[in-house]
Design a protein around this ligand. Sequence first.
Ligand code: ZN
Length: 657
Amino acid sequence: MKSLWNDAEAARYPGDLGQCVYASRLLGQDQTLVMHGGGNTSVKITDTNLFGEPEDMLYVKGSGWDLETIEAQGFAPVRMDRLLKMAELESLSDTQMANELKASMSNPAAPAPSVEAILHAILPHKFVYHTHADAIIAITNTPDGEARIREVFADRCVFIPYVMPGFRLAQYCAQVYPTLAGPQTVGMVLHKHGIFTMDDTSKVAYERMIELVSLAEAYLQRHNAWQISIPHMPAPAPSLRHDIAALRRDVSTAAGGPIIVAVHSDDACLSFARRDDVGIISQQGPATPDHVIRTKRLPQIGRDVAAYAAAYEREFNELAPQIEADLTMLDPAPRIILDRDLGLCTVGRTVRDAAIAEDIYRHTMKIIVQATALSAYEALPPFDLFEVEYWELEQAKLRKAGKAPVFTGEVALVTGAASGIGKACAQSLLARGAAVAGLDINPGITEIFPRRDFLGIPCDVSQEEALIAALETTVRRFGGLDMVVLNAGIFPSSKAIGDMALDEWRRVMTINLDANLILMREALPLLKLAPNGGRVVIVGSKNVPAPGPGAAAYSTSKAALNQLARVAALEWGASNIRVNSVHPNAVFDTGLWTEELLQTRARHYNLTVEEYKANNVLRVPVTSADVGELVAELCGPVFRCTTGAQIPIDGGNERVI
Ligand code: ZN
């Protein structure tokens, strides 16, 4: 591990708080030190208060901030005298502690201080940095971890046996640290949790972290437990989407609602899932206690979700009575699944949650393999982890949590999503919490929404294999398929039937009709597994109820698609799949409408372009966004009793009405 400290860059961060911000960001950049809100940092500063008096403050990382991107305002200023007094209390509930910490801040607008604030306060150095370094944990999480840590650091680090983070840990350290620490002390190792380093300058405190973690890495290296060679694995089966969607259906049932399942079948994940001893090494517990919130205590092995949920519930019923508070059981669904054929599956209410679980578990697998190479991987006992998973502040967050967006945990696929109505549909579905796969022939689709709950797939919908591959990719990324919006289509230039070439006719049918048949057929088994029932929305056209001359191929393709949708509504209703159509008209902000086409159509109706654009009963412009919102609503609970419907969205058309 190398120090990233750069004096010139550090100089751009003014003052003691700036120096702490700079070091925090350096620590945060290295995922082998901290991940996803893990770790915390602080600096002790004497401020002048409103009355002109000096006041000793602890600026400590606020909750909700990641070290990697933290800024000065991400630190909570807490009065040192109050923190030190709190450390001397006989007992303090974590809720009381959180209240007192907030009440002790000099700036009430600052974020809530880290629950480790008191611990930072009692350590007698200006700068205090705490990480969950992988290399340290690979050593502590072994049966003889304490002896090994003492061997690595001798008297340079104080060793603290495991104590629940929060007030109890701070109280314990306040009692033992002064007697254990000496002039040679530069750090503190928390058994099966992480490491602290400290100094009166930010640079030294940071570089000590790097130095101590490097010593741990060198120790692992000396014991052939550092370099983990990942064997090359035979590739997983090419078609796993039905298996994955069935697994997700079961996980969703256990979770009490739709959930994202992301499948990772690279060599690192497959080789771990296929180890002969996976049933032992993966069933010990997480690397550091706060991971339990993201990964649960144990991964599920294989596909029996009901058995996992039953075991989780049993453990809850066994351990909950040992805690005084009245606990609400979290959903018993796994967050990590290890499967011989799939590899690593990570589960989350949102794509972000599943990605965080992935990041954490990738590090956990490495730590487990390293600890196993050293001697054996050993995590904390179940009750210690249970205390963290059911920590009162986490339970309070749970009770306060607002209502999630309507499509949270659901997956939608939209064709023709790079522009116009398709893009607007994707936007409206994303806004309602769905993960969205967008297909488009335009390769720019991959860049259209730079967010991880959107997957852009370049795809020529006229190619059957391309459609099937897109479904496979979508299900591996998100776990299943709940909603399909069939929007992709072409609108050829105006042509009379007398001039219609068969080639052109067939091209329109291939894209506007055949592609949708293939996609519906291939999506059906996936939609049947949708936890809240499948939904299909077809973007039709006003031309279905009211065709115009010169658009025979387009109108016929859309009318046939409309009939396909009606038959699907009849066939699929018993599988709880709803199929509805929208018939937009005169939506001019789409790729179909070039200026030239607008003029041609306007001329056709003996109107100017302006008149043509406003040519509806309500005299309202109909935008792509309007159609996107209607399509998303059709997938939502308002329309839960509606299937086979055709809804015009055209500002009112006299011929349709
Ligand atoms: Zn920690």
